[in-house]
Design a protein around this ligand. Sequence first.
Ligand code: ZN
Length: 134
Amino acid sequence: MITRIDHLGIAVRSIDEAIPYYEAVLGLKCEGREEVESQKVKTAFFAAGEVHIELLEPTSDDSPIAKFLEKNGPGIHHIAFATDDIVGQLGQAKEQGTRLIHEVPFEGAGDKLVAFLHPKSTFGVLTEFCQSKH
Ligand code: ZN
């Protein structure tokens, strides 16, 4: 079951350049920074109430985020829904004909299991499911 929107992923060219906007202009607190090597990104998380902002900066030219930036420039990259059963959630999406980018969840930032649905199947919104590993 989806329980809430967990975070919005935002692609940036430089986390260091973007952080002052989130901290000084919006007054949000950076909760942590982390590199996700499998996705070739650096991340920084901010809390805005229950919802978080995840800044994503590519660490390599063949990072999915580098490709996104090349095509679209900086901006909203994905929306992430928290689920209490990521495997079941993916299975249900697949059963209903949704194209999955990841059939099997992998380790994302923030000690979570994550998997993505393809935007061609989700009306243009790259959609992430995430589940805390507890
Ligand atoms: Zn995310």
